[in-house]
Design a protein around this ligand. Sequence first.
Ligand code: PMP
Length: 415
Amino acid sequence: ADAMKTPLDRGRYPILERKVGADGAHRLVYLDSAATALVSATVTDAHAAFLHTSCANIHRGAHLLAEEATDAYECARERLASFFGASSPEAVVLTHGATESLNLAALGWGRRHLRAGDIVAVAADNHHSNIVPWQMLAEERGVEVAWIPVGADGLLDLSTWYRIAERSPKAVALCHRSNVLGFAQPALATILNEARSCGALIVLDGAQAAAHIPVDLSDTPFDFYGCSAHKMGGLAGVGALVCSERAIGELSPLVGGGGMAARVDDDGYAPLAGPAGFEAGTPPVAAAAVWPVAIDLLEAAGLDTLAAHVSVLAEAARHRLASIPGVRVIGDEPGRAFESLVSFTVDGVHPHDVSQHLSNAGVMVRAGHHCAKPLHRALGLKASLRASFGGYSADDDVDALVAAVEERCEKRRTC
Ligand code: PMP
């Protein structure tokens, strides 16, 4: 298996050498990259090297180590700006993850700019992290959340969007790629363009897209784009909010404290200009410092190559799973291309039972609502299973998945 050529070198992921399962006889088949991607030894080596040499808090000018840490942190900001096609590094706020990024966007912008009765359009295929902050604004200040619904086929409903657009929404919250649906929303580009032309603020959740497809924000209508390093082969604990030039100027800090204020006196405070004004407290310096190493690996493999690789695996899983009696692949309609993951259910067996069986066979998939309850409700489901792929995933990972699902289905028929 390890001899298989994959865009990311499997030999650099020591975790794939683990033997797991009740009898310890199974190789680890990791199909949960959408939850968190495996971390290459290249990244952990860089992490150790950073901690062993430059470990310090960031405060330029304090001392040599602090200066090195600050440089590494600012290099990460620059690398992210170029990776995503941001207008400048000054438009990249470093956070603790996509969740914080999306909360900063919704609450940091919304508390300043939204009033009772203002409309925010929220797509129903979003992860909770691009839903709940808007619902908080609805509770706090009477903002109206207008849902862009998803049909039972998984598609965003454009006609409802057009009706919302006529009511001049102030903001639109969309998901670049769902963490449950395996395909791109065909209506996304239309909604983005229209949201731009009606002047709405656009908050786009890039947590899943950033790892798998080439993202060029210079070419995408957006105001805030959130992502997490750990979904891109970096470490958990750091994320980014990439902002449009207009949007960062309209953002207020959510968290106050050290490192974010230009002035603090008896009368109050003034935040620093630029991204530092949103980065109170000690940031995840080491995780940020090695994010560029993870990005280098993605770029060395090639984002197009990675996207093609995971889609071959997702398509294979889609077709083979769908041919097992009793297995339903979510969104499996003709003409759709599956990109990096496949969600499915097994008739008559709870997803948690299936995932337990798979785990015993060494196959790690996610089971549950995947923090996308409105989407599951629209699909008529409470929960599902999800197999998701990375640049280190191989053909025989799909074989192992299919064999373990078949086995669980056999068991169902015989008991
Ligand atoms: N959005 C999407 C689409 C996600 O898949 C996730 C992670 N499951 C998040 C946001 C939140 O990311 P994090 O947990 O890293 O903050």
